[in-house]
Design a protein around this ligand. Structure first.
Ligand code: ZN
Length: 275
């Protein structure tokens, strides 16, 4: 499943396609949305935001189109006269000055007013989005110490969208490795300085994944891994997908375990549970 950085990159592409432009046609598959389509014609698309894995297309009259792709949804960008060839079912099409963004297969789509958006059942439970909102290091660090989070294992906490929205499975392993944290450690087990380092790593790894299209490894380690013949799906990561290979940092063998029924990769020498 795409994680926050992939969704933010998709949002960027949609924003380049239709952002700032005036809507000349809208089509919705679902009847409750279809009846509102006409009222969007002539409206300008302001920008495209993300909240974790959800996308928010904002219009000039403060309405917001919420969509969540879940496992199947996909946005395709195209010209009005050149429809994408796909057997997927079309759910939304927004046409602006001849440029279109079409959403296929997704089913979680709704139209909101900005003022009511906090009442959205999914959005209201989400933590901050590092790629669409201004979030400081201190804010992330403080979240680690909140009562509802500080006794959770880091392996579970980092996937909780209520902690920080948009973190997913590969980011979890990568963040814990760079922060030298064991997945079973809890925020309460760390020193204040370690919590600060972890918070910094959560931000840094997410940003890097966004800027470098899912690459979270460091440049020297990437070069080493490519020289050793690793394919991209392995060299892009520092530990994820690298079970059985040696740790870039210490040479120990990377291991894989299941946490929250999802796979987690870690180095048993670099990530010690000291508590
Ligand atoms: Zn190591």
């Amino acid at each position: 499943m795409p994680e926050g950085p992939e969704i933010r990159r998709a949002a960027d592409r949609i924003e380049r396609q239709i952002g700032g432009r005036v809507i000349d046609d809208v089509w919705f598959a679902f009847p409750e949305l279809a009846e509102q389509a006409a009222s969007l014609i002539g409206m300008r698309v302001l920008r495209v935001d993300t909240r974790g894995k959800a996308m928010l297309i904002r219009f000039a009259d403060q309405r917001v189109l919420y969509s969540h792709n879940q496992l199947y949804g996909v946005w395709k960008l195209h010209k009005e006269d050149k429809l994408p060839s796909t057997r997927r079912s079309l759910r939304v099409r927004i046409s602006t000055e001849g440029r279109c963004a079409s959403l296929f297969s997704a089913s979680d789509i709704s139209l909101w007013h900005e003022d009511n958006l906090t009442e959205h059942p999914f959005l209201s439970r989400l933590g901050p989005d590092l790629l669409s909102q201004e979030v400081t290091l201190l804010q992330v660090q403080q979240r680690l110490s909140l009562k509802q989070f500080h006794r959770r294992s880091l392996g579970a906490l980092l996937l909780d969208q209520g902690f920080v929205a948009g973190l997913g499975n590969y980011l979890r392993s990568e963040i814990l490795f760079f922060a030298h944290c064991h997945p079973k450690q809890r925020p309460v087990d760390l020193t204040e300085q370690q919590r600060q380092q972890l918070a910094a790593q959560i931000i840094e790894t997410t940003l890097q994944a966004y800027q470098q299209a899912g690459v979270t490894n460091t440049k020297p380690w990437i070069e080493q891994a490519i020289a050793a013949g690793e394919p991209r799906r392995q060299w892009r990561f520092s530990v994820f997908e690298r079970a059985g290979l040696s740790c870039h940092r210490c040479g120990s063998v990377i291991e894989r375990m299941m946490v929250g029924s999802r796979r987690l990769y870690w180095c048993p020498s670099c990530q010690i549970n000291a508590s």
